[in-house]
Write a protein that binds this ligand. Structure first.
Ligand SMILES: Cc1cc2nc3c(=O)[nH]c(=O)nc-3n(C[C@H](O)[C@H](O)[C@H](O)COP(=O)(O)OP(=O)(O)OC[C@H]3O[C@@H](n4cnc5c(N)ncnc54)[C@H](O)[C@@H]3O)c2cc1C
Length: 530
């Protein structure tokens, strides 16, 4: 710490309880406590920090904004690791409105980038997740996070990484490695192998700058909510959506939620209706659906393009859903007009106007994700099993002892596979007395991911233990059934098995981080400290 204090100043290198405590908070049942916290302000400081870590054999765990909720939060991946907080590196270096990209540092949040685009009047949309507006754009992309706009596979829409390796050297992964390159942020790679992938979901380097592609605002945008009439129609829905995703008529990763997941955004679990095994009965789920006007499955998505393209999309969507359910179009302009009309009477206390405003707000939040406007609508879902909120005004799940593990299996975009995987998820969750909170994201026309939200009350020891083993079993059983994970949290890496892939990764680790100082344990490679 002494050397780091000399380098960064007293306040930016600390190991006292007050400084460490915020980074020790977790949504998991338990997580390692950091040995200290460092705050870097620029790339050169990161280099110096890494070199000192090598000299003293201390492990670092980098976080950009530390909102990796349900995947490890801001907690390190193992004991005796010092958190390196990059949130102070929060510059948007540039925005190129013609070529549609921004160059960002790790600390740039979703809110900051969206706000900057808004303030500058740039008609470009940022890749938006349903996580907190405070989360990092860069970290989400290198985590291969997913979102709601047509650029929803975030890692596919970035280029031009600057990375500090484990030995303190700095590389440009792509075209930026060529002196004077004018194309650094415009495409991955250039002549030679692509290196970017090595620094996604990995512990091989610290990414200090990234080009993030932004979506040009389309002439016309229409959000939609699709409600299935019967639970058993899910497979058929996937069959019918696949061609629309493959052809590009549906350009964004449509998100499909089961009834309990959709209800979790709106209320807490009705605990008095739990069955003996701790999960909701079919009757209770039906009652939830009736209360909130949900179907057994509800999907949200958007149509983008010219007026003609959007109208073609509406027709195709209506055809696809015919006989399975209903589709409701949500033009943002109409919602805004209703909002304007209801605002004054609501302020004067007219109850129907208030209710209307609430309904519009509910419809608007998921619609906003689809056009690059982050918001905190989905965060309420973390409270699903929490009995008593300690800080009801805060939507930060860490403030309300919410518990959460994500498991994110991949699945072919085929009805039969989707149904099989959903059955497996439901069975494992039920076995642990927990509700299967399931969403399905059609990342492409070929593959979907099934983020399972294992929510629990951290104050309930028994429930916490069940949630943790539910996470482990679900990950293992999905893998065994042929549905490997898209992304894992810090408790998932050591369950991914040994293979020539993981052995090769271990060799790469030894080459790029010879001192093993970067986030030991956050890798599918076998023990990565040489
Ligand atoms: C209700 C809810 C909804 C969510 N919705 C989504 C969603 O729609 N899509 C989605 O993808 N996720 C979602 N998440 C998960 C998570 O919150 C996001 O992925 C979030 O972006 C991660 O936090 P962060 O960006 O602050 O990253 P951080 O916590 O800073 O980092 C994430 C990981 O990357 C590593 N890392 C960070 N910065 C660097 C760096 N510069 N160099 C090298 N490694 C680094 C860290 O060690 C950490 O393991 C959701 C979570 C919740 C609770």
């Amino acid at each position: 710490m002494f050397e780091w204090r000399e380098l960064l100043g007293q306040d930016a290198a600390r190991d006292d309880d007050a400084a460490v405590a915020p980074y020790a908070r977790t949504l998991f049942r338990a997580a390692p406590r950091p040995a200290g916290v460092l705050r870097a302000r620029d790339r050169d400081q990161v280099v110096q920090i890494v070199r000192a870590a090598n000299r003293h054999g201390v492990a670092l765990y980098p976080v950009s904004r530390g909102c990796n909720w349900g995947f490890g939060d801001a907690c390190p991946a193992g004991e005796d690791q010092v958190v390196l907080d990059l949130s102070g590196m929060d510059s948007v270096h540039s925005i190129d409105a013609d070529l549609a990209y921004a160059v960002v540092e790790p600390g740039v949040s979703q809110e900051a980038l969206a706000g900057r685009l808004r303030a500058d009047g740039v008609p470009l949309w940022m890749p938006c997740t349903a996580s907190t507006p405070d989360a990092s754009v860069l970290a989400n992309a290198i985590e291969r996070g997913w979102g709601h706009t047509p650029y929803g596979d975030h890692f596919s829409h970035v280029a031009g990484m600057e990375v500090v390796l484990g030995d303190g050297s700095v590389i440009d992964t792509g075209l930026g490695r060529f002196e004077g390159s004018k194309t650094t942020f415009l495409a991955k790679g250039g002549a030679g192998p692509l290196l970017e992938g090595l620094f996604s979901q990995s512990n091989l380097g610290i990414v200090t700058r990234l080009g993030v592609w932004l979506m040009p605002e389309p002439d016309c945008f229409l959000g939609f909510v699709l409600t299935l009439g019967e639970r058993g129609h899910l497979g058929e829905l996937i069959e019918r959506l696949r061609p629309l995703r493959l052809s590009g008529l549906l350009p964004n990763p449509v998100h499909v939620y089961n009834d309990v997941r959709a209800a979790s955004f709106l209320q807490a679990i009705p605990r008095d209706e739990l069955e003996e095994d701790g999960a909701l009965s079919d009757g209770a789920r039906r009652a939830l659906r009736n209360r909130h006007g949900l179907g057994p499955w509800v999907a949200t998505g958007g149509l983008y393009g010219s007026r003609v393209e959007v109208l073609a999309g509406v027709r195709a969507l209506r055809r696809a859903v015919s006989g399975l359910g209903t589709v409701r179009m949500l033009p943002p302009g109409i919602l805004a007009a209703v909002e304007r009309a209801a605002r004054v009477p609501a302020r004067l206390g007219v109850a129907p106007a208030r209710r209307l405003l609430e309904q519009v707000a509910r419809a608007r939040a998921p619609l906003d994700y689809l056009r690059g406007i982050p918001n905190d609508y989905a965060l309420a879902g973390c409270r699903w099993r929490v009995r008593a909120l300690t800080d009801p005004d805060s939507l930060n799940p860490l403030d309300n002892h919410c518990g959460l593990y994500w498991v994110v299996p991949t699945c072919p975009a085929r009805g039969s596979d989707t149904e099989r995987l959903v059955e497996l998820v439901e069975a494992v969750c039920r076995r642990h007395g927990l509700d299967p909170l399931i969403s399905i994201t059609l990342l492409s026309g070929r593959m979907l991911i099934v983020p399972v939200h294992i929510a629990f009350d951290r104050l309930d020891e028994d429930e916490s233990t069940r949630a943790e083993s539910c996470h482990h079993d679900l990950l293992d059983e999905c893998l065994a059934a042929g549905y490997p994970p898209w992304r894992v949290g810090n408790v998932g890496f050591d369950r991914l098995g040994d293979s020539p892939y993981s052995q090769a990764l271990a060799r790469i680790k030894r080459a790029l981080d010879p001192g093993g100082v970067l986030a030991p344990g956050r890798s599918p490679a076998p023990p990565d400290r040489p």
